[in-house]
Design a protein around this ligand. Structure first.
Ligand code: 1HS
Length: 264
């Protein structure tokens, strides 16, 4: 099987598109990189950690896809500009941006630390702003931006003050982007995932379980009517839909993908 058999860059749902995905070295970002490439996109695999960006890129390429590893801290404007420029230099333009990179936070408003607040806003909010600005230089007329929100933007999640506030800002920024960019044919939508079980979530789950991971999981699962936490592909598939022309009439939408967590 050759590259065009396994990854159809002519007839896939993202055929002929160039996508940039942040935080693509692991988790949801890696799943999205593999999925977008399988649907025909050339993918910029951006991560702060260059080694994991290379790993994802190798996985995409070994599956027959096209990808370029990019290393950048999304909160640094020079780094994100250089990354966007490098992707556009290789593949001519950028059609899709998935602002997936993010960090969580610790503590309620009573105990949250200023440094944690700043880091949370730097990566989640400023990173989304800077990366969008850098990608838009290469987007021209038409494109799709998908931002990563969270259920924490829609409901209060205990001991997550900075994260809730930052993800709320991402939702507001997405709406602003949607109205500002509609005239040039660029859509902007935000996904609000419920908790996806990854190693990165274990500290939160452990804290919730008073140090016991299984108890933390149990206390979290009761919040999810569907009876399970998310899988990375649950969210990557929503991002794929929003990236594709199937979502042509969607902009400024806040799409919960949360197993019913915010429906209660
Ligand atoms: C980290 C992710 O965006 C979800 S915030 C925590 C929600 S819950 O699983 O505690 O209900």
């Amino acid at each position: 099987m050759n590259a065009t058999d396994s990854h159809d860059s002519r007839t896939g749902r993202l055929a002929g598109k160039v996508a940039l995905i942040t935080g693509a070295g692991s988790g949801i970002g890696r799943a999205a990189a593999l999925l977008f490439a399988a649907e025909g996109a050339a993918v910029g695999v951006l991560d702060r950690d260059g080694a994991v960006a290379e790993e994802t890129t190798a996985l995409v390429v070994s599956a027959g896809g096209r990808a370029l590893a990019l290393t950048a801290d999304v909160s640094k404007s020079a780094q994100v500009s250089a990354a966007a420029d490098a992707l556009a230099a290789k593949y001519s333009c950028i059609d899709i941006l998935y602002n997936n990179a993010g960090v969580d936070s610790r503590g309620s408003v009573v105990v949250a630390e200023e440094t944690d607040w700043d880091r949370c806003f730097d990566v989640n909010v400023k990173g989304t702003f800077l990366m969008s600005q850098a990608a838009l230089v290469h987007m021209g007329q038409g494109g799709s931006i998908i931002n990563q929100g969270s259920v924490a933007a829609l409901v209060g999640v205990m001991n997550f003050a900075a994260y809730c506030a930052a993800k709320g800002a991402v939702v507001a920024l997405t709406r602003s982007m949607a109205v500002d960019l509609a005239g040039r044919g660029v859509r902007a939508n935000v996904i609000c995932p419920g908790t996806v079980y990854t190693p990165l979530m274990e500290p939160m789950l452990r804290t919730r379980g008073d140090g016991d991971l299984d108890l933390g999981l149990e206390r979290t699962l009761v919040k999810y009517p569907i009876g399970r936490l998310g899988h990375v592909d649950d969210i990557a598939r929503v991002a794929l839909f929003l990236a594709s022309d199937e979502a042509a009439f969607m902009t400024g939408s806040v799409v919960a993908a949360d197993g019913g967590m915010t429906a209660q």
